[in-house]
Design a protein around this ligand. Structure first.
Ligand SMILES: Nc1[nH]c(=O)nc2c1ncn2[C@H]1C[C@H](O)[C@@H](COP(=O)(O)OP(=O)(O)OP(=O)(O)O)O1
Length: 179
């Protein structure tokens, strides 16, 4: 089976990129870092968390984090949702995959995005995230990762997506392609 990194490498080779580090970081065969991101979407609103600490602090985002040894990507997605928003998704669906190459991180990141419309529990603030509902037309892209406006339309249309994104100095988006 084709691994996700293979399609990301192909995308870079087919589309070219102004930033050499993207090709270098994706083709070097180094292990990627696996992460999850869960988007709760009730049909007209999405639940985002204001990230209070760590990577992406100050941004709104879905809930997620690193896949720990011994757990599946799906298990990690459920665990992070409970840890960060105090809710458990009932209909977690695979929504898409995002590959990020950073010029200041040693490994490419592969983020598995899941969507859910129903959950048990009540969203509550944790040490890491403050949950806030946003209407689809009011998603606060100015306070989010620069790649988000590119793939959110796919998410909201419930169309599966794969994207490759290159960042310089952590947050400056310098190249992207949707596959
Ligand atoms: N460019 C980007 N756009 C986006 O929308 N989400 C991104 C992103 N880059 C990273 N993320 C997400 C993936 C993941 O859900 C989160 C980063 O995870 P964290 O570093 O918070 O992981 P952990 O919660 O495991 O960390 P610790 O609690 O520090 O162990 O940010």
């Amino acid at each position: 089976m084709e691994s996700c990194t293979d399609w990301a490498v192909q995308a870079v080779q087919q589309n070219g990129t102004a930033s050499e580090f993207v090709a270098k970081i994706l083709t070097s065969g180094m292990k990627r870092k696996l992460l999850t991101l869960v988007m709760i979407n009730d049909g007209s609103r999405v639940l985002l968390g204001y990230k209070k600490r760590g990577f992406g602090a100050g941004y709104y985002n879905g809930f997620g984090g690193k896949v720990e040894p011994g757990e599946t990507v799906r298990e990690a997605a459920q665990r992070e949702l409970v840890e960060e928003a105090c809710i458990s998704a009932q209909d977690l669906q695979e929504a898409g995959v995002l590959v990020f190459a950073f010029d200041d991180q040693p490994q490419p990141w592969e983020v598995h995005v899941f969507a859910a419309s129903s959950y048990v529990g009540e969203p509550a603030e944790t040490d890491e995230m403050r949950p806030v509902w946003f209407a689809h037309e009011e998603v606060p892209f100015d306070s989010m990762w620069a790649d988000d406006p590119i793939w959110y339309p796919y998410l909201l249309r419930q169309e599966h997506f794969r994207g490759v994104f290159a960042f310089q100095q952590t947050t400056k988006l310098v190249w992207n392609t949707m596959v």
